[in-house]
Structure formats: C-alpha cells, structure tokens
Ligand binder design. Structure first.
Ligand code: G4P
Ligand code: NA
Ligand code: NA
Length: 194
C-alpha cells in the first residue's frame, strides 16, 4: 500500500535495526482517514471470502479491526490480555510469549462471540515474531471457527512471524513489508530486485 509506505518513510522513527516507531499516525495518535483506508484495503485483499467477524488483540490492533469491520460490514472482537472482572462467561484463551518483555501472558475472548460457523479475518498492527497472532489462530481453531487469513498493517519481513503463520497454512497479507531497516534507512520488500 503505497500511501502507507510513504507515510512510514516520512514519519516512521527507526529506533534500531528491529524497532520502528509509528506512533504519530498508527498506534498512539491515529490518522483516522488512513486507518479507514487500511480497513478498506484488507476488505479488498480478502474479497470473495464470506467473512463474518474480524478478530484482533488489544490494544493497537483495535482501530484496524474496527476499520476492517466497517469495510466488511461485520462486527469485530478484540482479545483481552487481562481477565476483566466483567468477563464471567466461558472463555477461549491461549498463552502468548512476548519476546520484547520476556514474559508469557494469556489472551482471551468470551465464547459467546466466536464459534463454529464464523469465518474469521485476524487483523493486527505489527507482524513481528508472530507470537500474538499464533495465539489468536489457536483461539479460532479452539472455537471451531474457520480462519480466512491474517492481515497486518506492517510486517517486519526479517522476523519470523510470516513463516510461522504460513507453516500453519495461514494466508497472510501485509500492507507494508519491511525487508530491512537501520536508523535513517528503510527498505521495503518490493524495493529489492529478486
Ligand atoms: P508479536 O510479534 O507477537 O506481537 O510479539 P513481540 O513480543 O515481538 O511484540 C511485542 C509488542 O510489540 C506487540 O504489541 C507488537 O505489536 C509490538 N511490536 C513489535 N515490533 C514492533 C515495532 O517494530 N514497532 C512497534 N511500534 N511495535 C512493535 P503488544 O505488546 O501486543 O501491545 P499493543 O501495542 O498492541 O498494546
Ligand atoms: Na499489536
Ligand atoms: Na503494538
């Protein structure tokens, strides 16, 4: 998605060879027009699939799941990272290991909001190690729902997330794929001749 790549070039702050800060337009302050365009792009990429629900994980996936839900005219559900006191129903849950924080946490959603018969599109802001997304894939399987695919806004293609998902037979679409980066320099996958 050219518009997104341009924005990353203009406003992205490359903090190291692995960490990109995009919080002026994607995941702290959010450019609402861009978020809606991202949602339409996910809907276009997965057109033809009768998606019934969009699934993400709090916090930074929410705005893109909502945008995709608007474009597809279906609800979205976000998995919670902490068990809320109001979550008294039966839950689906999966452990996620965070490599950045070196800890394992549970993600969960109420069994009321996902089940057999659902065709699910998973959406998130970053595809990095893929740990959180694999947790969501496990939840979709546990619910007996059908996974249509995973849509990510930014993929760091030099990390293992995409191959982890593809090994599980998951269809992955990312709107910006970073082949490599270092402070002051960024290369998208399509920049590099095969
Ligand atoms: P993940 O690939 O499964 O997300 O796991 P990882 O432990 O690698 O990433 C931890 C968190 O950092 C995730 O957000 C992920 O989206 C985010 N992240 C990974 N790489 C980058 C990056 O280059 N830039 C930015 N800005 N974020 C990155 P999270 O902990 O789930 O929290 P939230 O931000 O969604 O609340
Ligand atoms: Na995220
Ligand atoms: Na994040």
């Amino acid at each position: 998605m050219k518009l997104l790549e341009e924005r990353i070039r203009q406003e992205g702050l490359i903090l190291s060879d692995t960490v990109l800060k995009v919080d002026s337009f994607l995941n702290h302050q959010v450019d609402t027009k861009l978020a809606l365009a991202i949602g339409r792009e996910f809907a276009r990429l997965f057109a033809g699939e009768p998606i019934t629900k969009v699934l993400t994980i709090e916090a930074s996936g929410i705005q893109f799941a909502m945008a995709a839900g608007i474009a597809l005219d279906v609800p979205f559900v976000y998995a919670k990272k902490k068990k809320a006191v109001t979550l008294t129903e039966k839950l689906y849950s999966a452990p996620v290991h965070s490599f950045t924080r070196q800890e394992t946490y549970q993600v969960s959603i109420s069994q009321k909001y996902l089940g057999p018969g659902d065709k699910v599109l998973i959406v998130d802001d970053f595809l990095a190690t893929g740990a959180a997304l694999v947790g969501l894939v496990d939840i979709v399987n546990e619910a007996g729902a059908e996974l249509v695919g995973v849509g990510c806004v930014i993929e760091k293609s030099f990390q293992e997330g995409r191959s982890l998902l593809e090994q599980k037979g998951v269809r992955v679409h990312s709107l910006a794929r970073i082949a490599s980066m270092s402070p002051g320099e960024i290369h998208f996958v399509e920049d590099i001749p095969l």
